[in-house]
Design a protein around this ligand. Sequence first.
Ligand SMILES: Nc1ncnc2c1ncn2[C@@H]1O[C@H](COP(=O)(O)OP(=O)(O)OP(=O)(O)O)[C@@H](O)[C@H]1O
Ligand SMILES: C[C@@](O)(CCO)CC(=O)[O-]
Ligand SMILES: [Mg+2]
Length: 397
Amino acid sequence: MPERGLLVSAPGKVILHGEHAVVHGKAALAVALGLRTFLRLRHGGGGRLCVRLPGVGVRREWDVAELRVLRDRIAADFDESKSPSVEQLDVLKEFAGIAADASAPDSLAILAFLYMCLAISAKYGDVPSVDIVVWSELPTGAGLGSSAAYAVCLAAALLHACRAISCPLKDGEATARWTEEEMTLINSWAFQGERVIHGNPSGVDNAVGTWGGALRYQSGKITSLKRVPTLRILLTNTKVPRSTKVLVAGVKEKILKFPAIMNPVLDSIDAISQECQSVLEAMPTNPSPEYYPVLEELFDINQHHLNVIGVGHPSLDRLCRVTASHGLHSKLTGAGGGGCGITLLPPDATPLAVEAAKRDLCACGFECWETDIGAPGVTLHSSSSLNAEVLHALAES
Ligand SMILES: Nc1ncnc2c1ncn2[C@@H]1O[C@H](COP(=O)(O)OP(=O)(O)OP(=O)(O)O)[C@@H](O)[C@H]1O
Ligand SMILES: C[C@@](O)(CCO)CC(=O)[O-]
Ligand SMILES: [Mg+2]
């Protein structure tokens, strides 16, 4: 890789089943999306570190010397297995002029950046003098893992800048992936970044952002699905804003208040993930309609459960009603409370029915699109793969 810099990307994700339950030790099934976050890092020199995050309206620049002092102030023995402490985050907030209880997208993005940059540079090298810009095809805060894709890109780029991971890209190659061991390191640091943004993440989103494909995740254990059929999924963004951190905290509160009522619901969600995995692994790669009634029923049951644990929203109820009126089954995906829903499109759904459903969803003010699933995880790109459109967007940001 030339010293000029690097370009990395990581995919968003769709959780088929197991959101929220996965935070409490149950299984989740998740697939990587064909929508990605990109990060370009350029070695700057001049002792400055510059970050541009156009998706959340951030443009910040610091003296590397100033960041070194800050790092030494919060220095502990930083490690990829250590959570950021409240005290460390308080010092970073004060430094960046962020209110103690701030939860705005730009504040959380800066905080995650500062933590990851200082922690990684403390462990592996020095604070790098670089220019970083991050942009995304993912909607922010809509349930598609934008925070994890951001954290995975940051982890890969900062580890690379500190020479803690190699440069797998060979001359003439457009893209390359890191080794399993390096991806494990990227994933662990991305998890710490997710902790800054989410408070108490399960780790499923950063696992998908790192490894890509389709996987089962439970208590940190990642298993690739044996076989993933080509599922057609319609994604719908209700555009209702919500915060994963707040929703995850709300579920925890409900479980503590009504353990005997909520724990069986989480067990049932776990059984749904199990059942869905068995069906997916039994399905032929090419879609076959006979498996779909079970998948659809599992969507319906889980959507009810997610309402019971308090993460539904009237906009998501509406989404489910609209698609049901066209014979299609939907559930929320990610943290819920608004954000995105997914609709299963069986091979025997007529193009007319799908088009009519899309039209009615758009008439509700929602945005919907079909996208590929099972995309590759964190990837290093040659900088020549930046197309004109992207270069223009970078110049504008
Ligand atoms: N492209 C980006 N640039 C900078 N920060 C980002 C970007 N994308 C996401 N973020 C950060 O992640 C936060 C959104 O994370 P949140 O977990 O609430 O939503 P999500 O990850 O999109 O959904 P879910 O966690 O349910 O899948 C934003 O508020 C911002 O701080
Ligand atoms: C809601 C949740 O289960 C998924 C968010 O995409 C939170 C998490 O697993 O960290
Ligand atoms: Mg998130």
